[in-house]
Design a protein around this ligand. Structure first.
Ligand SMILES: Nc1ncnc2c1ncn2[C@@H]1O[C@H](COP(=O)(O)OP(=O)(O)OP(=O)(O)O)[C@@H](O)[C@H]1O
Ligand SMILES: [Mg+2]
Length: 239
Protein backbone atom coordinates (compact mmCIF):
# COMPACT_ATOMS: atom_id res chain seq x y z
CA UNK A 1 0.00 0.00 0.00
CA UNK A 2 1.43 3.38 -0.99
CA UNK A 3 1.68 6.35 1.30
CA UNK A 4 -1.16 8.21 -0.35
CA UNK A 5 -3.72 5.44 -0.17
CA UNK A 6 -6.61 5.92 2.19
CA UNK A 7 -6.51 3.42 5.03
CA UNK A 8 -9.52 4.50 7.03
CA UNK A 9 -12.62 6.35 5.89
CA UNK A 10 -15.19 7.50 8.43
CA UNK A 11 -18.50 8.76 7.04
CA UNK A 12 -21.28 10.63 8.80
CA UNK A 13 -20.77 8.88 12.12
CA UNK A 14 -23.27 9.65 14.87
CA UNK A 15 -23.44 8.54 18.48
CA UNK A 16 -25.32 9.70 21.56
CA UNK A 17 -25.90 8.43 25.06
CA UNK A 18 -28.98 8.15 27.26
CA UNK A 19 -32.61 8.70 26.37
CA UNK A 20 -35.38 11.23 26.80
CA UNK A 21 -34.46 14.54 28.39
CA UNK A 22 -31.02 13.36 29.45
CA UNK A 23 -30.08 12.22 25.94
CA UNK A 24 -26.73 13.61 24.88
CA UNK A 25 -25.72 13.69 21.22
CA UNK A 26 -21.94 13.45 21.26
CA UNK A 27 -20.96 12.78 17.64
CA UNK A 28 -23.22 14.52 15.13
CA UNK A 29 -21.94 13.43 11.73
CA UNK A 30 -18.21 12.87 11.82
CA UNK A 31 -16.27 12.57 8.56
CA UNK A 32 -12.54 12.11 8.07
CA UNK A 33 -9.96 9.93 6.36
CA UNK A 34 -6.57 8.65 7.39
CA UNK A 35 -3.99 7.62 4.84
CA UNK A 36 -1.51 4.81 5.15
CA UNK A 37 1.61 6.13 6.91
CA UNK A 38 -0.03 9.15 8.53
CA UNK A 39 0.30 10.30 12.13
CA UNK A 40 -2.87 12.19 13.01
CA UNK A 41 -3.54 14.05 16.26
CA UNK A 42 -7.11 14.30 17.55
CA UNK A 43 -7.90 17.20 19.86
CA UNK A 44 -10.99 18.64 21.48
CA UNK A 45 -12.27 19.75 24.87
CA UNK A 46 -12.90 17.24 27.65
CA UNK A 47 -16.20 15.48 27.00
CA UNK A 48 -16.24 16.34 23.29
CA UNK A 49 -16.22 12.66 22.27
CA UNK A 50 -12.60 11.81 21.47
CA UNK A 51 -12.58 8.51 23.35
CA UNK A 52 -16.05 7.70 22.06
CA UNK A 53 -14.82 8.20 18.49
CA UNK A 54 -11.71 6.08 19.08
CA UNK A 55 -13.81 3.28 20.56
CA UNK A 56 -16.10 3.25 17.53
CA UNK A 57 -13.18 3.29 15.07
CA UNK A 58 -11.61 0.49 17.11
CA UNK A 59 -14.76 -1.61 16.85
CA UNK A 60 -15.38 -1.59 20.61
CA UNK A 61 -18.54 0.54 20.52
CA UNK A 62 -21.32 0.70 17.95
CA UNK A 63 -22.30 3.98 16.33
CA UNK A 64 -25.94 5.06 16.03
CA UNK A 65 -25.41 5.93 12.37
CA UNK A 66 -22.80 6.21 9.64
CA UNK A 67 -20.10 3.89 8.44
CA UNK A 68 -16.39 3.18 8.54
CA UNK A 69 -14.30 1.41 5.96
CA UNK A 70 -10.87 0.04 6.54
CA UNK A 71 -9.15 -2.36 4.15
CA UNK A 72 -11.91 -4.77 3.18
CA UNK A 73 -13.95 -4.17 6.31
CA UNK A 74 -17.05 -2.05 6.48
CA UNK A 75 -18.43 -1.44 9.95
CA UNK A 76 -19.53 1.26 12.38
CA UNK A 77 -22.97 0.25 13.62
CA UNK A 78 -21.99 -3.38 14.18
CA UNK A 79 -21.82 -4.77 17.69
CA UNK A 80 -18.27 -5.37 18.95
CA UNK A 81 -18.76 -9.13 18.71
CA UNK A 82 -19.18 -8.81 14.92
CA UNK A 83 -15.84 -7.11 14.32
CA UNK A 84 -13.49 -9.38 16.25
CA UNK A 85 -11.48 -10.22 13.13
CA UNK A 86 -10.99 -6.55 12.23
CA UNK A 87 -9.80 -5.77 15.75
CA UNK A 88 -7.45 -8.72 15.90
CA UNK A 89 -5.92 -8.27 12.46
CA UNK A 90 -5.75 -4.56 11.97
CA UNK A 91 -6.07 -2.47 15.11
CA UNK A 92 -3.60 -1.93 17.94
CA UNK A 93 -4.25 0.13 21.09
CA UNK A 94 -2.09 2.27 23.32
CA UNK A 95 -3.36 3.81 26.56
CA UNK A 96 -2.28 6.52 28.98
CA UNK A 97 -1.54 4.01 31.76
CA UNK A 98 0.20 1.45 29.50
CA UNK A 99 -1.95 -1.58 30.51
CA UNK A 100 1.05 -3.88 30.89
CA UNK A 101 0.88 -7.06 32.93
CA UNK A 102 2.93 -6.48 36.11
CA UNK A 103 4.22 -9.96 36.74
CA UNK A 104 5.81 -10.65 33.36
CA UNK A 105 8.78 -9.12 31.57
CA UNK A 106 8.67 -6.59 28.74
CA UNK A 107 9.36 -9.37 26.25
CA UNK A 108 6.75 -11.56 27.93
CA UNK A 109 4.12 -8.81 27.68
CA UNK A 110 4.57 -8.49 23.93
CA UNK A 111 4.94 -12.23 23.33
CA UNK A 112 1.84 -13.02 25.40
CA UNK A 113 -0.39 -10.83 23.26
CA UNK A 114 1.02 -12.55 20.15
CA UNK A 115 0.32 -15.94 21.73
CA UNK A 116 -3.28 -14.82 22.13
CA UNK A 117 -3.39 -13.86 18.44
CA UNK A 118 -2.55 -17.45 17.59
CA UNK A 119 1.19 -17.36 16.86
CA UNK A 120 3.34 -20.27 18.01
CA UNK A 121 5.50 -19.66 21.09
CA UNK A 122 8.62 -19.51 18.96
CA UNK A 123 7.11 -17.11 16.42
CA UNK A 124 5.71 -14.92 19.24
CA UNK A 125 9.12 -14.56 20.82
CA UNK A 126 10.75 -13.74 17.50
CA UNK A 127 8.16 -11.10 16.63
CA UNK A 128 8.22 -9.66 20.16
CA UNK A 129 11.99 -9.30 19.93
CA UNK A 130 11.67 -7.50 16.57
CA UNK A 131 9.01 -5.14 17.94
CA UNK A 132 11.01 -4.26 21.05
CA UNK A 133 13.96 -3.49 18.80
CA UNK A 134 11.80 -1.30 16.58
CA UNK A 135 10.60 0.73 19.58
CA UNK A 136 14.12 1.02 20.99
CA UNK A 137 13.54 -0.85 24.25
CA UNK A 138 15.04 -4.29 23.60
CA UNK A 139 17.79 -3.59 26.15
CA UNK A 140 15.06 -3.76 28.84
CA UNK A 141 13.40 -6.91 27.44
CA UNK A 142 13.93 -8.96 30.60
CA UNK A 143 12.69 -6.26 32.98
CA UNK A 144 9.22 -6.19 34.53
CA UNK A 145 7.04 -3.06 34.28
CA UNK A 146 7.83 -1.86 37.83
CA UNK A 147 11.50 -1.73 36.82
CA UNK A 148 10.77 0.54 33.84
CA UNK A 149 10.19 4.29 33.63
CA UNK A 150 6.93 5.63 32.18
CA UNK A 151 8.55 6.32 28.82
CA UNK A 152 10.10 2.85 28.75
CA UNK A 153 6.80 1.23 29.70
CA UNK A 154 5.06 3.08 26.89
CA UNK A 155 7.69 1.82 24.42
CA UNK A 156 6.85 -1.73 25.51
CA UNK A 157 3.13 -1.01 25.07
CA UNK A 158 3.84 0.42 21.61
CA UNK A 159 5.87 -2.68 20.73
CA UNK A 160 2.90 -4.78 21.76
CA UNK A 161 0.50 -2.63 19.72
CA UNK A 162 2.52 -2.93 16.50
CA UNK A 163 3.72 -6.50 17.01
CA UNK A 164 0.97 -8.20 15.02
CA UNK A 165 1.67 -6.02 11.96
CA UNK A 166 -1.36 -3.87 12.61
CA UNK A 167 -2.33 -1.16 10.10
CA UNK A 168 -3.86 1.29 12.54
CA UNK A 169 -2.82 2.19 16.07
CA UNK A 170 -5.35 4.01 18.23
CA UNK A 171 -3.74 5.92 21.08
CA UNK A 172 -5.88 7.59 23.76
CA UNK A 173 -3.69 10.22 25.44
CA UNK A 174 -0.57 8.03 25.12
CA UNK A 175 1.67 10.70 26.63
CA UNK A 176 -0.72 11.74 29.41
CA UNK A 177 1.44 10.17 32.12
CA UNK A 178 4.81 11.22 30.70
CA UNK A 179 7.04 14.24 31.26
CA UNK A 180 7.52 16.51 28.25
CA UNK A 181 10.83 15.08 27.15
CA UNK A 182 9.60 11.46 27.26
CA UNK A 183 6.41 12.56 25.49
CA UNK A 184 8.44 14.17 22.70
CA UNK A 185 10.50 10.98 22.37
CA UNK A 186 7.30 8.96 21.97
CA UNK A 187 6.10 11.37 19.27
CA UNK A 188 9.40 10.90 17.43
CA UNK A 189 8.96 7.12 17.65
CA UNK A 190 5.39 7.41 16.32
CA UNK A 191 6.71 9.38 13.35
CA UNK A 192 9.40 6.80 12.61
CA UNK A 193 6.84 3.99 12.74
CA UNK A 194 4.38 5.82 10.49
CA UNK A 195 6.96 6.99 7.99
CA UNK A 196 8.75 3.65 7.70
CA UNK A 197 8.47 3.09 3.95
CA UNK A 198 8.83 -0.68 4.15
CA UNK A 199 6.16 -1.20 6.75
CA UNK A 200 4.06 1.96 7.26
CA UNK A 201 1.37 2.13 9.90
CA UNK A 202 -1.10 4.88 10.69
CA UNK A 203 -1.65 6.32 14.13
CA UNK A 204 -4.66 8.24 15.42
CA UNK A 205 -3.61 9.83 18.67
CA UNK A 206 -5.69 11.79 21.17
CA UNK A 207 -3.78 14.53 22.95
CA UNK A 208 -4.60 17.63 24.97
CA UNK A 209 -1.21 19.12 24.24
CA UNK A 210 -1.15 21.45 21.18
CA UNK A 211 2.64 21.39 21.15
CA UNK A 212 2.70 17.60 20.74
CA UNK A 213 -0.23 17.71 18.32
CA UNK A 214 1.70 20.13 16.12
CA UNK A 215 4.37 17.46 15.65
CA UNK A 216 1.86 15.13 13.96
CA UNK A 217 1.41 15.09 10.19
CA UNK A 218 -2.08 16.49 10.61
CA UNK A 219 -4.49 17.59 13.32
CA UNK A 220 -8.19 17.00 13.66
CA UNK A 221 -10.40 18.84 16.13
CA UNK A 222 -13.77 17.71 17.48
CA UNK A 223 -15.99 20.74 17.59
CA UNK A 224 -19.69 20.61 18.42
CA UNK A 225 -19.95 16.97 17.46
CA UNK A 226 -18.10 17.28 14.16
CA UNK A 227 -14.50 16.75 13.18
CA UNK A 228 -12.77 19.66 11.50
CA UNK A 229 -9.20 20.05 10.30
CA UNK A 230 -7.22 22.13 12.71
CA UNK A 231 -4.01 24.04 13.14
CA UNK A 232 -2.23 24.81 16.40
CA UNK A 233 -3.77 28.28 16.79
CA UNK A 234 -7.39 27.17 16.59
CA UNK A 235 -6.62 24.21 18.86
CA UNK A 236 -5.45 26.68 21.49
CA UNK A 237 -8.58 28.80 21.15
CA UNK A 238 -10.81 25.81 21.71
CA UNK A 239 -9.13 24.61 24.86
N1 LIG B 1 -21.12 4.83 28.18
C1 LIG B 1 -21.51 6.10 28.32
N2 LIG B 1 -22.71 6.37 28.87
C2 LIG B 1 -23.14 7.65 29.00
N3 LIG B 1 -22.46 8.72 28.61
C3 LIG B 1 -21.25 8.52 28.06
C4 LIG B 1 -20.72 7.20 27.89
N4 LIG B 1 -19.50 7.31 27.30
C5 LIG B 1 -19.28 8.62 27.13
N5 LIG B 1 -20.32 9.36 27.57
C6 LIG B 1 -20.45 10.81 27.51
O1 LIG B 1 -20.10 11.23 26.19
C7 LIG B 1 -19.36 12.44 26.22
C8 LIG B 1 -18.04 12.22 25.50
O2 LIG B 1 -17.21 11.38 26.29
P1 LIG B 1 -15.74 10.99 25.85
O3 LIG B 1 -15.20 10.13 26.90
O4 LIG B 1 -15.77 10.47 24.47
O5 LIG B 1 -15.03 12.42 25.85
P2 LIG B 1 -13.49 12.79 25.64
O6 LIG B 1 -13.45 13.81 24.56
O7 LIG B 1 -12.70 11.55 25.48
O8 LIG B 1 -13.13 13.50 27.03
P3 LIG B 1 -11.74 13.53 27.85
O9 LIG B 1 -10.87 14.53 27.14
O10 LIG B 1 -12.14 14.01 29.20
O11 LIG B 1 -11.18 12.14 27.86
C9 LIG B 1 -19.21 12.82 27.69
O12 LIG B 1 -20.21 13.76 28.01
C10 LIG B 1 -19.45 11.51 28.41
O13 LIG B 1 -19.98 11.72 29.68
MG1 LIG C 1 -11.21 10.60 26.61
Amino acid sequence: MGKHDSLLKVSNLTRGFGSGETRLEVLKGVDFEIKSGELVALMGPSGSGKSTLLNIVGGLLEADGGSISMNDFRYGMDSPSKVVELRRKHIGWIFQDFHLLDHITALGNVAFSLDLSGFSAEESEKRATDSLKRTGIFDRAEHKPDELSGGQSQRVAIARAISGQKNLILADEPTGNLDLSSAEDILELFKELCHDKKNPISILMVTHDPHLASKADRMLLIKEGKVVASNVDTAWEDK
